[in-house]
Unconditional design. Sequence first.
Length: 124
Amino acid sequence: MTIEELYQQIGGDYEQAQKVLRMDKLIDKYIRKLAQNEIFSNLFNASEGLDPTTVFEAAHAIKGVCANLGLVSLSEKASELAEEFRPGNGRNLSDEDVRARIEEIKQQFNSSVEGIKEYEASQS
């Protein structure tokens, strides 16, 4: 599997990742690190108490990481969540809706990680 095929499989925007990171070597390096990035577990753990600061910071960080990697859908979902908890913004979603959005991010993240694992195995 090529890096471009990985992006097709996980619904990423390979061209966007190329614009930001400019080299397949860097795309490969950083996409492989996605699963170990603690910001995802921070967001998933925050779904219990919905601490506004924790949710905002984790969602905002995920938005940036995923945008840089060309994982547009994950970035957009995280961006919506970050705006919901941005200091000074009023909340529009119920706690139940926020937890559902976090679960959507989690499912998409897990699916992406599975694709990345397949990609890594194909490189061995």
